[in-house]
Design a protein around this ligand. Structure first.
Ligand code: NAI
Length: 329
């Protein structure tokens, strides 16, 4: 029997948390022979609801779930102790009338504490995935406040955007989603992100050759992906939860298993300066991994249209970084 790994999930009683923790417990991500101990973390006022989640996890009798620890956001050092993965889902949601900059300022201090606690008590091999929005900049803040945790351990989630884009291209081309590959998200998890159809492939052929309607690719496709989150809120009366949890699990699988040779995955990582993106910025790129070390796919060329899109999302992330500069070390 392998020794258990510890996975912390903040916001574990929230919408995404509820759709996420059962699937982690089931063995879907780490495999049927890998025991897992879940650290479920919530605000003090949500610990009652969290007890309900814990009871339901017990009632699933998952063979791979060998322990549950409940943690309060008041004591993150205890909550993250010895964790190998920290999934930061909890954050303050955007309220009516709030600008993106306001949201960044409200959530920033939470991610200072998160970073400090990860550095203080998490396992030496910890990997961190930030889902709570604005996820790129929240991740940047946490990373800066955990300077001893290597920079290649920090990820902010853009897999949901990638999955949304894959699905749109599959529908438009008539191919199954499994045949759509190399569809990267560049930049921010926001309405400025650039879903890069130029380098994507359907059945090994470039998307711009398979889908001849380039007006659709440059217009409706990009806009649908960029604004999908808002469309779901409009339709469902609540933000994406099952698909977001699915994307978080997908990201973990992307990180821990070698990338298939004919594909890439996207997540925001700490830029090394590739493609002219400021070093240190949390920016989504096309990535591959051997299961241990990930790297940015090199050598993709961008035409003027694509470069303008990348510049726009880069500009937004620079502005976000400037908004939180007091929180960066
Ligand atoms: P929710 O409001 O249903 O749940 C959030 C939970 O986090 C609540 O239970 C709350 O008590 C808890 N929480 C808040 N602050 C916390 C803290 N400091 N420590 C621990 N727990 C805390 O929200 P939902 O729908 O689960 O979404 C969570 C986050 O994920 C939001 O920020 C949302 O914008 C973001 N999101 C990100 C996506 C992405 O693609 N990156 C996609 C969809 C949502």
């Amino acid at each position: 029997m392998k020794s258990p790994i510890r996975v912390a999930v903040t916001g574990a009683a929230g919408q995404i948390g509820y759709a996420l923790v059962f699937r982690i417990a089931s063995g879907e991500v780490f495999g049927p022979d890998q025991p897992v101990i879940l650290h479920l973390v919530e605000l003090p006022q949500a610990l009652g609801a969290l007890t309900g989640v814990e009871m339901e996890l017990d009632d699933c009798a998952f063979p791979t779930l060998v322990g549950i620890k409940k943690g309060s956001s008041d004591d993150l050092q205890d909550a993250f102790a010895d964790c190998n993965y920290v999934l930061c889902v909890g954050s303050v949601p955007r309220k009516a009338g709030m600008e993106r900059g306001d949201l960044i300022k409200v959530n920033g201090p939470i991610f200072v504490e998160t970073g400090e606690a990860i550095q203080a008590t998490a396992a030496k091999d910890v990997k961190v995935l930030v889902v709570g929005n604005p996820c790129n900049t929240n991740c940047l803040i946490a990373m800066h406040n955990a300077p001893d945790v290597p920079r290649d351990r920090w990820f902010a989630m853009t897999r949901l955007d990638q999955n949304r884009a894959l699905s749109q291209i599959a529908k438009q081309s008539g191919a199954p989603v499994s045949e759509v590959k190399k569809l990267a998200i560049w930049g921010n998890h926001s309405a400025t992100q650039f879903p890069d159809f130029f380098h994507a492939e359907v059945n090994g052929d470039p998307v711009p050759e398979v889908i001849e309607n380039h007006d659709w690719l440059k217009g409706e496709f990009i806009e649908t992906v960029q604004k999908r989150g808002a469309a779901i809120i409009q339709a469902r009366g609540a933000s994406s939860a099952a698909s977001a949890a699915n994307a978080a699990l997908h990201t973990l699988k992307d990180i821990i298993a070698p990338t298939p040779e004919d594909d890439i995955f996207s997540a925001a990582i700490c830029s090394d300066g590739s493609y002219g993106i400021d070093e240190g910025l949390l920016f989504s790129f096309p990535l591959t991994t051997d299961g241990t070390t990930h790297s940015i796919v090199q050598g993709w060329e961008h035409d003027e249209f694509a470069q303008q899109k990348i510049d726009a999302t880069l500009k937004e992330l620079r502005e976000e970084r400037d908004t939180v500069k007091d929180l960066l070390k």
